[in-house]
Design a protein around this ligand. Sequence first.
Ligand SMILES: Cc1ncc(COP(=O)(O)O)c(C=O)c1O
Length: 394
Amino acid sequence: MSHRPALIDRLAQRTAERAQAQLLRRLRTVEHAEGPWLESDGRRLLSFCSNDYLGLAQHPQLIAALKRVADDEGVGSGSAHLICGHRAEHAALEEALAEWTGRERALLFSTGYMANLGVMQALLQDGDVCVQDKLNHACLLDGTQLAGAELKRYPHADVAGAARQLASRSEAAALLATDGVFSMDGDIAPLRELASLCRREGATFMVDDAHGLGVLGDDGAGSLSALALGQREVPVLMATLGKALGCHGAFIAGSSALIDGLLQSARTYIYTTAMPPALAAAALTAVRVAREEDWRREKLAASIARFRDGARQLSLPLMPSPTAIQPLLLGEAQAALDAAQALEAQGFLVGAIRPPTIPQGKARLRITLSAAHEEEHIDRLLEALSGLALAAPV
Ligand SMILES: Cc1ncc(COP(=O)(O)O)c(C=O)c1O
């Protein structure tokens, strides 16, 4: 009789430990979505937890593009890009994304998670170093591990800390990777300073702009465009299609050398089915709408200002975020959970973010705003928050 640990039992034990620590994750089924309104368990809830920042997920032109191509081409692409899955819709979308972000080329991936894994696995190898902000998204950390490079993290947004980490491996090939807009905090990385550091140190700079594309910069081209950081300063750009663009998927943009290399070496690109062409057509429409409809960014900016003004007046524990992600820092996991439940009882859906997604003692409500919200929605949320007696952790 073997004495090996039983894998599923071990997993069940970990789940039980999470439950005991009040950190169990729960799946919610949404029965219907309409603008910022969701129906779940038969109740209508006003959502402040979606990343559909421009309100494009239900845009009639996106829906029409999806339907048109599905009618013509069917649903699945049927194959990986390099076999016979790469359709005209994918090619057109890649061209539009490259043009929008001011890069030579772009390459589509099925998700942002896969894009980050793929680009890191293709660029990095054993003996290299990858320097990352401590608050980077989980998939950037996982990508380094997959690549077998050494991961060195620096304190959040600390350029001197990043410099120290690079200096500690001054001979190694180095990638410095950061979120452009931090997904759980909403603040923007010191991109210009990090770009200069990378230039001085000969490190390659990579920015994950999942939460910046569509929202920041002239015509929404993202956090790099807002600072006029081109392909020379930031050779590796990743952004997603599933947030402000209201679709699904992601891309890497950069030089022809980068994209040609990914096509040969990025395993999460090579060994997976291409996204449905109808989805690529919807995303292409989303790029056009996001660029043209400036009023969506203006409305979002007005909502951010309204929320922050109101929250300040109520002395709510706001974090220093200029973007659509407006977390309220509450400290203990239970405090965040209690606040989210109290809001839900009043008809609002807000995410409670707890460890290990964020550090211990930094649990928060992650409130996200969208161009789909009206002033009255923001005011109603503020009123509900005012009744909760929320306080920053001491
Ligand atoms: C910063 C960041 N990068 C990457 C991802 C992953 O993108 P996707 O949802 O397309 O896998 C996310 C969130 O989902 C994110 O917040």
